[in-house]
Ligand binder design. Structure first.
Ligand SMILES: [Zn+2]
Length: 186
């Protein structure tokens, strides 16, 4: 009887008595089906492993990008009152862009993933700064009203996630474009 194997999602369907491969047009996911006599279990395991290794590479790319995006905070100060505040140095913008570029380049994927991987790197690095600097070091989240704490977090998110995020998204789009061109050349 045999099986129908989906080329897209890798799913297998065992044909029942009286069923013919011709009875089935496409998989539920929309992928094309291929008739196989026996399902190679090892091949399926390999496919699953490949999918998870793609995820691992993506996460590593984002984390690596996020650590590059933290460099400006070592070079300059995260404190807005400082004369070397991170946002008044142009190197910060460049490094945030490079962080997004690196994240997107390593993670690969579609063009839109390049932008989101850049943004994720910004969110992670921004959260690290907010937690380490504003929560642990300067204890700024000690307002009695929870609303004040939320407002503070909103303002901090804007400065430490959204602004760096603009540069890392641009960097991410450049990074994924470079990766796409390289993928085609190699
Ligand atoms: Zn499918």
């Amino acid at each position: 009887m045999g099986y129908l194997n989906c080329k897209k999602c890798g799913g297998n369907y065992e044909l029942q008595e009286g069923e013919s491969p011709k009875d089935f047009d496409k998989c539920q996911c929309g992928g094309d089906l291929k008739y196989v006599e026996n399902v190679d279990v090892h091949l399926n395991l390999l496919k699953k492993f490949k999918l998870s290794s793609e995820k691992i590479i993506r996460i590593s790319g984002i984390l690596f990008g996020a650590s590059i995006m933290l460099i400006p905070y070592y070079l300059y100060s995260p404190a807005p009152t400082s004369t070397s505040f991170v946002l008044i140095n142009i190197d910060s913008f460049i490094l945030w862009g490079v962080g997004g570029l690196t994240a997107a380049f390593i993670a690969s994927g579609k063009i839109i993933n390049g932008a989101s991987n850049g943004l994720y790197a910004a969110i992670i690095s921004g959260l690290i700064v907010i937690i380490i600097y504003y929560l642990l070091l300067t204890n700024n989240f000690n307002n009695t009203s929870p609303l004040d704490n939320i407002a503070l977090f909103a303002v901090l998110s804007l400065v430490y996630m959204l602004i760096p995020g603009i540069f890392s998204i641009i960097g991410g789009l450049i990074g994924i474009s470079i990766r796409k061109v390289l993928n085609k050349l190699i």
